[in-house]
Design a protein around this ligand. Structure first.
Ligand code: 3HC
Length: 690
């Protein structure tokens, strides 16, 4: 779309209009090529203003094209930008909303840049496993300080246009409409007879760029994402090679990394996180109830974390515990959390005060429920206890109030029937620490109404968390799968591995924390209680006795200073006492302990996740495989560059996954390796999880 602004003849306005985010797909690249060529030829045009429609400059390359090398290279974005930069007439970018990735590179190719105060810019390519491929690594360090260019290209974070670290990027920051300001800017440069000013013609002083780059290399390499080394190499080119050579190498390196498994995984994660909000039955018309006041019942670790998350998101919070002492302790802990935030300068005193003012403590459950739009119960994980609490809340709460349960394993339907409003009961399963972990499983019970579900999802998004809808089953998506993962981790100890070997293999593979360290952090007593319940419910599903033996010795994990490790503060130290216990247990099973390599450890733990994930999918507990991936990425420290368990299995090939499982069937506790019917079928037909 192009216009000539009225009364400002000589300025050609070119507008990128490709909703929703003005990504730079082939059609847009064609439009830009055409319109800039015509601007060059038209003697009436003295300057060009480039803007984006809908309040956004551009969110960059069309990521969907990345799976098709031919599509990317057709009218390659970098070449389009080069042509714009080489125009003989001045070009002004009007940066509104966002200029991300290729969008920022496009603005850098323009000769002048005017931005709105609220605009944000970034080079987020690295978060998608690629590097800026349209001149970003060469032009950005010629516009701003080299160290900041490194930070942006290797970190991908969004920066406000007015941030002083971006000095040099914009010629003008406007409080008003950036397009209008850019047009006025263009009129002025025409009047002043100012011609194009090209970043490609600027030189970069080797000092202090070299030192900043060396520090970045030391901090970021080696890195499991190949794009990281590539982007640092291109930044090095920016210092040492001429602009054209640097640009050519950037394009080559982009082509090399765009097809790597790590890039595919990161792009999968990007789309999976957007897909997750598409839920059958929920449309923009589904009524969402207004929620401002939240009551959190239970002042334990979870209740505290949920309260902080809700306060941080602007809700009024009443934290309830019938035990006054427990409530006092929790309020004290929340206060100390905010004090620390202020001390560490992560929060201003005024903001902390504002949050404190929105927090009330109460020992009166009914009174708190009466005032709340949403109640989240986080009391002891026991069906009877929770049913009683929910019945009390139901009796007191107003007719529209939604009752949410933070249960991690219990039957939400059985909890809902304890109330007179099963349609307004929903699971909201937070992960510990609840103010930090991004995941919330939003559990849709049999009776949960669409409006209740939509409201819960809206609250989760206001909490700046990712809500994944799950159906009702023991453990929902995440913990149901985790059980199989842990089962394998414990069996590996039975057979020959030591805790640090299991954790080490999985951590080197990319898990944020190995399973045994994770259980030590979560508290081994929690798993113990669940296993006791399961032993009654499902006596034929054996567990290794090792975690029980650990618990019997009072080794509940970090909180008791000992678990699968002993602890020096938070530091896990392998403990000979545990090694001896593990060896003794193996001997009692009649095992000659064997050395288990990292590959087997990883395959057994990860394929156990995949196999149960397939059942979760087949049972309709998760809406789609990519939702399972989001659960593991956002809640369990699964490496994003592996895309989540289901994506990873697709990458390995489901046939190969099943073949490995068949091998494991011959070994210890082989009966756990029966492939789920869905996995078996997909492997047979050469299919993939969708
Ligand atoms: N390409 C293709 N689709 C994109 C896209 C892109 N660059 N950016 C967003 N979308 C899609 C989303 O998938 C979503 O699609 P859906 O409605 O079908 O699910 C839709 O646009 C809206 O996106 P969001 O839901 O994320 O909308 P928000 O308003 O919450 O956020 C945003 C907008 C901040 C622009 C966010 O979408 C975003 O961060 N986008 C990615 C930006 C990015 O990483 N750009 C770099 C691309 S790589 C590159 O440019 C390479 C170059 O160097 C050669």
């Amino acid at each position: 779309m192009t216009e000539v602004p009225p009364n400002l003849s000589g300025i050609k306005l070119i507008v990128i209009d490709n909703p929703p985010v003005n990504s730079l797909g082939l059609e847009v690249r064609r439009m830009l090529t055409r319109e800039f060529a015509s601007a060059e030829e038209d003697p009436a045009v003295k300057a060009v203003v480039l803007a984006g429609a809908g309040g956004k400059f551009s969110a960059g390359a069309d990521i969907r094209e990345f799976t098709d090398a031919k599509a990317v290279s057709q009218l390659y974005l970098g070449e389009v930008i080069d042509k714009i930069e080489s125009l003989s007439k001045p070009v002004v970018a009007a940066v509104d909303g966002v200029a991300l990735g290729g969008g920022l590179e496009l603005a850098l190719g323009c000769h002048f840049r005017v931005a709105g105060r609220t605009a944000r810019v970034a080079l987020p390519e690295i978060t998608l496993g690629v590097l800026p491929g349209a001149g970003g690594t060469q032009r950005l360090p010629r516009a701003i300080e080299f160290a900041m260019a490194i930070e942006m290209a290797t970190g991908g974070q969004m920066i406000g246009a007015g941030d002083k670290r971006l000095q040099g990027l914009f010629d003008e920051i406007t409080e008003g409409d950036p397009r209008r300001a850019a047009i006025l800017f263009a009129a002025k440069i025409i009047a002043d007879g100012i011609g194009p000013r090209r970043l490609s013609e600027k030189a970069i002083p080797a000092e202090p760029a070299e030192a900043a780059l060396q520090a970045a290399r030391e901090r970021l390499l080696p890195n499991p994402v190949p794009a990281m080394a590539a982007v640092l190499e291109c930044l090095d080119d920016a210092i040492h090679r001429d602009f054209r050579t640097g640009l050519a190498n950037e394009r080559t390196r982009f082509g090399q990394v765009v097809g790597t498994p790590e890039a595919r995984a990161l792009q999968h994660a990007f789309f999976a996180e957007r897909e997750v909000s598409k839920v059958p039955g929920i449309t923009p018309e589904t009524p969402v109830l207004p929620v401002e006041a939240i009551a959190v019942i239970g002042a334990g670790t979870m209740g505290r974390g949920i309260s902080i998350a809700a306060l941080d998101a602007g809700f009024a919070v009443t934290l309830v515990d019938v035990e006054a002492a427990a409530l006092e302790r929790a309020l004290g802990a929340i206060e100390s959390h905010y004090r620390t935030m202020v001390e560490r300068k992560r929060l201003s005193e005024a903001d902390a005060d504002e949050r404190r003012k929105r927090l009330t403590g109460s020992v009166d459950l009914s009174a708190a429920a009466r005032e709340a739009d949403l109640v989240i119960e986080a009391v002891f994980e026991d069906l009877k206890v929770k049913q009683e609490v929910l019945a009390k809340l139901d009796a007191a709460a107003g007719p529209n109030t939604i009752l949410a349960t933070n249960t991690s394993t219990l039957d939400v339907d059985a909890l809902a029937v304890a109330t007179s409003r099963p349609g307004q009961v929903v699971g909201m399963h937070f992960f510990s620490p609840a103010n930090i972990m991004r995941l919330v499983e939003v559990v849709r019970g049999r009776a949960t109404s669409d409006s209740t579900l939509a409201t819960a999802l809206k609250v989760v998004s206001r909490l700046r968390k990712v809500g994944v809808v799950a159906g009702v089953c023991d453990g929902f998506i995440g913990n149901r799968m985790l059980e199989e993962y842990l089962r394998q981790a414990y069996f590996l100890l039975d057979e020959g591995a030591l805790p640090h070997e299991v954790d080490g293999a999985l951590e080197r593979w990319g898990m944020a924390m190995g399973p045994l360290r994770m259980m030590d952090l979560a508290g081994n007593d929690i798993g113990w209680a669940i296993r006791k319940r399961r032993k009654v419910e499902q006596p034929d599903r054996p567990y290794s006795a090792i975690p029980d033996l650990i618990c019997e010795r009072g080794r509940f994990g970090q909180k008791t200073g000992a678990g699968f490790y002993r602890y020096d503060g938070r530091k896990a130290i392998p403990d000979p006492e545990v090694d001896a216990l593990v060896a003794e247990h193996s001997a009692s099973l009649g095992f000659k302990r064997r050395e288990i390599d990292a590959e087997e450890i990883v395959q057994r733990c990860i394929y156990a996740l995949v196999n149960e994930g397939a059942s979760v999918l087949a049972d309709g507990i998760a809406l789609r495989a990519s939702d399972i991936d989001v659960v593991y990425l956002a809640g369990y420290g699964f490496p994003r560059y592996r895309g989540g368990p289901m994506h990873y299995a697709n990458e390995v090939g489901l046939g190969r996954v099943v073949a490995a499982m068949q091998r494991f069937q011959q070994g210890y506790q082989g009966k756990f390796w029966e492939p789920s019917p869905l996995l078996a079928e997909l492997a047979r037909s050469g299919g993939r999880f969708k």
